[in-house]
Each structure stands twice: as structure tokens, then as C-alpha cells.
Design a protein around this ligand. Structure first.
Ligand code: GLN
Length: 186
């Protein structure tokens, strides 16, 4: 069984723990660099990306996370996607540049900042929960768009890494977490 680390500094890491179990993986919470040693992949959850960036720094986890990502898959959801992006706007902030996408934070406006909708994933539809979601403005040529919502990419993978701007851990559908688990074996 594959062990999936879930960055547990802030945000909805507990929902990911349950989602990883539903998908057939073994979740472990990651709070220190040493915790990463046991992991085959890592999930960076939703939450507040500015706070998470600061906490990564305070816990001396930024560099270990980069080193981990150079060898193993990382999956970022919502705030996690913002952290993994190449560049971030509104407001601009540093990011880890693990996946070649540009994102704009809180891009869907106050009125519709949180919603449950269906997104198009190839020939399939997927229920998706958006909470103050970022918008993916650009996907680099190496990126593969796995789902869209009203024409915007909302699930992208590039090489070993993957992001969603929605929260697959908040629905019972395990397909997104299963795809991440599959990436661990390749
Ligand atoms: N709006 C948050 C941010 O910019 C992300 C929201 C989320 O992760 N649900 O960090």
C-alpha cells in the first residue's frame, strides 16, 4: 500500500486523510521534514496559501518539500495549487514553481466564491466543490488539462505533479485521489 503524506500545517488536511483512505492509500500527516521520509507522495491541502507559505518557512519545510518534489509526486488542492504554481497574482506572492501554471487568487468574486458544480473531465463529469478558488490563467505546454469548468482548467497534471482548484476531498467520489495514487507507481 502506498503512503501519502498530507501537509498538516493548516487547512483541511483531515478531509484529505479520509479521502486517501477511501481511495485505498495510507495517509500520514506531515509536520516536519522527517515525516516526509515515509511518504511516496504528498498532498498540499486547501486552506490559506499565504499562511501556509509562512508556516512552511517557520517549520523549515520549504527546502525539504522542494527536494521531495524533485523525486516524488505532489498534489495541490486549491491553496495547495497556489503554492505549487509557477506564478501567483491578486495579490502576488511567492510560490514553489513545481507545476507550470499561472493562477489568480480568489478569482471568482464574492457572490460565487463558493459553489458546488459539475465539471467536465474528458467524457465524464465530476462533482466539484469550489471554495474561494483560484483561477488557472495559463497552463504551460507540458501540462495536461484533466478537467474544465466553463472553459477554465480546474484539474491539471504535469509530469509527476497534479493540481485541482476544487476540493476533491469534500466529495465521496474517489477518482481524483485514485489518479494521484496511480501516479505513485509510475
Ligand atoms: N483563497 C485561498 C487562498 O488564496 C484558497 C482557498 C482554499 O484553499 N479553499 O489561499
Amino acid at each position: 500500500m502506498k503512503t501519502i503524506g498530507i501537509l498538516a500545517l493548516q487547512g483541511d488536511f483531515d478531509a484529505h486523510r479520509k479521502a486517501v483512505e477511501r481511495a485505498g492509500g495510507r495517509p500520514v500527516e506531515v509536520r516536519t521534514a522527517k515525516d516526509l521520509d515515509a511518504c511516496d507522495g504528498l498532498i498540499v491541502p486547501g486552506g490559506e496559501s499565504t499562511t501556509m507559505l509562512k508556516l512552511l518557512d517557520i517549520e523549515n519545510l520549504t527546502e525539504p518539500l522542494r527536494q521531495f518534489a524533485a523525486r516524488k509526486p505532489v498534489f495541490g488542492t486549491c491553496a495547495g495549487a497556489i503554492l505549487l504554481a509557477h506564478s501567483v497574482t491578486k495579490p502576488a506572492q511567492p510560490s514553489l514553481n513545481l507545476i507550470d501554471i499561472d493562477v489568480e487568487r480568489n478569482a471568482y468574486g464574492r457572490q460565487i466564491d463558493s459553489r458546488i458544480t459539475r465539471v467536465q473531465a474528458g467524457d465524464d463529469e465530476l462533482e466539484a466543490v469550489f471554495i474561494r478558488a483560484p483561477k488557472i490563467l495559463r497552463v504551460g505546454s507540458g501540462g495536461k488539462i484533466l478537467a474544465t469548468c466553463d472553459g477554465d482548467p480546474v484539474w491539471v497534471e504535469q509530469g509527476r505533479h497534479m493540481v485541482t482548484t476544487f476540493h476533491p476531498e469534500l466529495t465521496q467520489d474517489s477518482r481524483v485521489h485514485q489518479r494521484f495514487l496511480e501516479k505513485l507507481t509510475t
